[in-house]
Design a protein around this ligand. Structure first.
Ligand code: ADP
Ligand code: ZN
Length: 432
């Protein structure tokens, strides 16, 4: 197999040996900042305490709150003059945190990203269009540098502006794009409204990530453009994209274990869950000097996929993100994730590109409303067909989440659009 980096084909022994060496170095590096030196001393972890990978579990977790209190530069492990770039998390779930990188950090991140793209068949002959926001968001420059590292003609198109995206892609014959799942459907719809068939669009591969989406959603994107869509996972705290990526098998994302140590824990007990069970992903970076982060609680819920991948790589795979622990909402005593709702509604061919879950209180109790965009060709049908659709969606949702929401069918393009990550949930209950 042709690979970008020989580390992709390492044996488990080689991966684990390297992890231990790099973990020791990373802990040594982290001790150069006051925050970690204090934390590690309190936990009794000295420079020589780590004898095996199991000792990782003695290291205390790092939380988003830690990063917030150390903002902006409290967690630097090098003098600030060594830092060449900073990024912030998108702030989807609160005030942002800043992550600072040295030139070496940036280079190894670009290598990881190039490795991911190469794995799904992207080569220097490809024209790559990055349709995600640039600026502080890591999906811009992070993927950009990976594409350049591969040698692709790289178009930094940025987010939104479908008309310009389409023109650039046609003029330069773009073959590969990085695109947020919510935006992929919007772009397809835009092409259709221009009277064009999205399947004629030159794209053959899309890297799709940055926000949760279901398998049903992926199939939709692939069918719409007649292309392959590969799931891409990352978070600013661990650089950004390039942390885990699907291979051609499309059966889970390989976590690059030469660069990270992933763990999946029970968020309540903080103990590891058995292989294959869902828990919270915890990540330690192994290749960062500017701002190493140990045992970071991502709040993302997923599971390790047991067994070996058909592609032959032995880096473990994780399942698509079920949701963030912060996304979960409780209604009438039931725990629900927005992805459960998406999974149901995206199986209906009548459903268009977007949906929104609204939680309200009508004075008597909590009410869940789901607004679902319906594709234009179905909206013109008679009332009865629409009522039936509404009923079947409500019933299927009830089967999945055990409560019956109010389903409202709305016209396509009527729900609010964002240029960044899609907003799938509005909880208006507290504001009453
Ligand atoms: P924020 O947490 O503010 O959105 P980031 O821009 O760093 O900040 O986004 C990282 C988060 O995005 C991850 O923790 C995860 O919740 C989500 N995410 C990234 N890639 C994916 C993916 N492929 N599937 C699901 N969620 C993803
Ligand atoms: Zn694989």
């Amino acid at each position: 197999m042709e690979v970008f980096d020989p580390a992709e084909l390492w044996s488990r022994e080689r991966i684990e040996e390297t992890q231990l060496v790099r973990l020791k170095n990373t802990v040594g590096q982290a001790r150069k900042c006051d925050f970690y030196r204090q934390r590690l001393d309190e936990a009794g972890i000295g420079p020589d305490s780590l004898r095996s990978l199991d000792d990782l579990r003695r290291i205390p977790f790092t939380t988003k709150e830690d990063l917030r209190t150390q903002y902006p530069t409290g967690m630097l492990s090098v003098p600030q003059t060594e830092i060449v770039r900073m990024h912030c998390s998108s702030g989807t779930t609160g005030s942002p945190v800043a992550i600072c990188h040295t030139q070496n950090d940036i280079n190894s991140w670009a290598d990881l990203m190039a490795r991911c793209m190469h794995m799904v068949g992207v080569r220097r002959e490809d024209v790559f269009q990055n349709m995600s926001g640039y600026g502080l968001f890591t999906g811009g420059l992070g993927i950009h540098f990976g594409a350049e590292r591969l040698g692709c003609l790289t178009i930094p198109a940025g987010a939104g502006n479908s008309r310009r995206q389409i023109k650039l892609a046609k003029d330069f014959r773009t073959t590969v794009a990085h695109i947020l799942p919510s935006y992929a459907l919007i772009l397809g719809e835009h092409l259709r409204n221009m009277g064009e068939d999205p399947r004629e669009f030159p794209l053959r591969v899309a890297l799709v990530g940055a926000e949760p989406y279901t398998e049903e959603f992926r199939r939709r994107i692939e069918g719409l453009f007649d292309m392959k869509a590969y799931n891409s996972y990352g978070l600013s705290e661990m650089n950004g994209p390039g942390v885990a990526f699907e291979c051609l098998e499309q059966s889970g994302m390989h976590l690059w274990e030469d660069a990270y140590i992933p763990e999946i824990i029970d968020p309540e007990t903080c103990q590891p869950v058995p292989d294959g069970e869902v828990g919270e992903l915890v990540m330690t970076c192994l290749c960062r000097q500017g701002m190493p982060i140990l045992r970071y609680r991502t709040r993302d819920l997923t599971r390790f996929i047991p067994g070996e991948c058909g592609c032959g790589r032995l880096h473990r795979r994780m399942d698509r993100i079920l949701g963030r622990s912060d996304d979960m909402f409780i209604i009438k005593g039931v725990n629900v994730y927005p992805m459960q709702v998406e999974q149901v509604i995206m199986t209906f061919p009548e459903v268009g590109q977007s949906y929104l879950i609204l939680l309200e209180n009508d004075g008597i109790g909590d009410v869940m409303r789901v607004q679902v965009e319906v594709r234009d060709e179905f909206f013109v049908e008679d009332m009865r067909a629409l009522q039936n659709l509404q009923k079947s969606i409500a019933q299927r949702l009830r089967d999945e989440i055990l409560i019956t929401p109010k389903v409202e069918l709305v016209q396509s393009n009527s729900l609010p659009r964002t240029e960044g990550k899609a907003v799938r949930l509005q909880d208006l209950r507290a504001k009453k």
